[in-house]
Design a protein around this ligand. Sequence first.
Ligand SMILES: Nc1nc2c(ncn2[C@@H]2O[C@H](COP(=O)(O)OP(=O)(O)OP(=O)(O)O)[C@@H](O)[C@H]2O)c(=O)[nH]1
Ligand SMILES: [Zn+2]
Length: 375
Amino acid sequence: MARKKNKVRATFRKNREVRTRENDLTRSYGDEAAEDHLQGERISGKGDLTRKRTVVGGELIEDEAGEYILPDVDTSVCRPGRVLRVQGLVSIVRDDHGELFSCATRRLLKTLATDQRHVVAAGDHVWFRPEGDGEGIIERVEPRRGLLSRTSRGRRHVLVANVDQIVVVASAAEPRIKPNLIDRFLLTAEKTEIRPVVCINKVDLVEPADLMPLVGVYSQLGYQVLLVSATTGQNIDQLRELLAGRDTVLSGQSGVGKSSLLNVIEPGLGLRVQTVSTESQKGRHTTTTAELFPLASGGHVIDTPGIRQFQLWDVIPEEVPGFFRELRPYVSRCRYPDCTHTHEDFCAVKDAVADGRIDTRRYESFTQIAAGDEA
Ligand SMILES: Nc1nc2c(ncn2[C@@H]2O[C@H](COP(=O)(O)OP(=O)(O)OP(=O)(O)O)[C@@H](O)[C@H]2O)c(=O)[nH]1
Ligand SMILES: [Zn+2]
């Protein structure tokens, strides 16, 4: 019988130990579980390192050495799958052949979730035990990366896991292009550390040359920029290629053409996307149930109204400079360690703006966001 046992080595670093452990556990079981683990048994190790051993339901989840042990899975009966969406206690899991299963979650894993939140999130890679009739039991959740989450009542709720990229969609016209809004979307993408791509749609409505200065700024910052038109099909192949085999969140202001782009990339998919949007009209800003839509080319697009508009991530003013790529090299060179880079003298950021090393418009975006101004 094939048994699969995985050990994920937790990296310990002085001072960052607790955070690192939180991240490690978060990747695997979600934040709520992580919080509980951290309240668990602690054993002092060398220096200021603190180590603990966690046992849940009689099963060892983590040993003193910080080895994180995933539950055993009997691979002769269990199958790998992907969670497309979570509906209450049921997760819709798609196996490698595209077959769908309504899965409950094994009790051991549930122990790791606390009160309201499910331990399984949309996008999770799982091992599940098929139980016939399109049903199954999730036995194990693989470690996560690329998380989109939301904080509610002081807890982080994972909306979707294992996202590869965020495509920030803007439109060249109707609605007119709003660079500051692109910056806001990029900032939230930077916060998640998921690769952002800028996609400007409706280029059929403008002179391409008019977009070049803006495209130049983003390209220089290292962002990939695509100029497309859902109407004429311009560069749609490029966008299709970008989505193939990856898990992508499409976000952007309402009306920029996200649904239209998905429709031309994959007819039929758009229809389903429409259904989701219509269903969620009632609670437009509160619906956060993420759903993965498999693409014929492999990969998925992830759609939820909340994620589309990107209103879920709160950013505190002090972290804003870190999310502007071009500001990062300068922030540590200001005279005052708590420099806000707005009104201070001897500010390396302002100096860089003054002599053109930082784009003025981007700097203005930065000051607006850091001041907490509405878009
Ligand atoms: N001229 C032009 N119009 C487009 C293009 N793409 C979409 N549109 C139009 O823009 C409008 C909005 O498109 P949608 O696809 O609904 O926009 P959306 O971003 O999905 O909007 P939400 O669902 O509200 O988030 C529709 O009337 C489309 O026909 C394009 O490339 N060129
Ligand atoms: Zn400064």
